[in-house]
Ligand binder design. Sequence first.
Ligand SMILES: Nc1ncnc2c1ncn2[C@@H]1O[C@H](COP(=O)(O)OP(=O)(O)O)[C@@H](O)[C@H]1O
Ligand code: SF4
Ligand SMILES: [Mg+2]
Length: 399
Amino acid sequence: MVCIAYGEFGNWENHCFYNTVSPTAKKPGNKLPTPGCERLSFAVLEHSPKDKLWHSWQAYSFVEKQNILLDVTNLKMHFPIRRGFLRKVVGHVRAVDGVSFFVREGETLGLVGESGCGKTTTGRLILRAYQPTSGQIRFRRNGDLIDLATLSQKEMKAIRRDMQIIFQDPFSSLNPRMTVLDIVGEPLRLHGLAKGADLRDQVRELLERVGLRVQHMNRYPYAFSGGQRQRIGIARALALRPKLIVADEPVSALDVSVQAQVINLLEDLQQEFGLTYIFIAHDLSVVEHISDRVAVMYLGNIVETAHSKALYESPLHPYTEALLSAVPRTDPDHVPNRILLEGDVPSPANPPSGCKFHPRCRYAQRVCAEQDPPLVEHKPDHYVACHFATELILVGMTN
Ligand SMILES: Nc1ncnc2c1ncn2[C@@H]1O[C@H](COP(=O)(O)OP(=O)(O)O)[C@@H](O)[C@H]1O
Ligand code: SF4
Ligand SMILES: [Mg+2]
């Protein structure tokens, strides 16, 4: 059973659930079904005198439905800034500053935001390339959700088989001194899963599957184009038959014509191997077709998460609205009305007060500079962090 602090889930879910509970059932310890709630199987009422919300004495323990593969809660990565001869810590880069999201098995979550907003750091934290400053990274293994943030590097080794990364730059991510056979076969060798002729056969199969010529397996990366190199990276990521792949801007460095081919390949492989993806991109046009849900990041925080259709058609956060206005349209009658975001993303070493987006938000009011809006579930599965999410009428892709 997993206990989640009240409020972290978003109020819609808790509110609706609470209203369905009969007054006589509202007793601590009662286990109750959660009808209409996609994410949770049942809830257990708990006594919580510290709860400051409207039903002041109760909180809930929730048990998640089986299909959550990854559940990230309040994840932070504050890199220390060191100065001087003694390398004294003089501040912190808040690259990831309290990120919460989940990914269901077999789905693709698009993670989108301008450069520098913390997408790569979030991806690397999930794979435990960094030790997080705080927060939970719960990953399903053998039926249980285990918190990766608390595991040692030794304990992580077995779990790494289940999680792989595809890097942004296919030119620098492959070791130039290794042949394709060595690059794709290395994970199998390191995990002691194959050697000799067997390893060769497995690499051959992987190369065929990603559309590369088997005869080229003794060549070095320089002999391949950008798109082909990205296919080598994908074959390597697939070698251990992972459950989750973090694809960090896998097509950003490729020509537009090649981008679609690589995205189609990733979609085919997802079907064939039952993969779950976190697909990172810096604009919303790339992730539109591949994502089941999209999370929008700004300066170390997630500001909106929703199913793709809801997010593209009816955004609730002004930053999402601005990103959507930059997506190219195929409709010849569409009149472009691009919202220009003034200035660059502020420094995560010195983020603005209150809502971090307020210096660039055209709807900002005084409260925005004073109070940080929490990420709240305004509609089922649609989470937003904006003080005026229910009042603003924002423009999406269909209007
Ligand atoms: N190892 C590091 N040490 C210090 N700062 C870092 C480190 N890695 C990333 N950053 C900073 O964290 C912020 C987020 O970076 P990153 O996660 O790469 O963003 P994105 O992938 O969205 O472009 C940036 O300001 C970046 O300079
Ligand atoms: S809280 Fe205020 S500044 Fe932030 S997105 Fe909403 S309206 Fe804009
Ligand atoms: Mg990045």
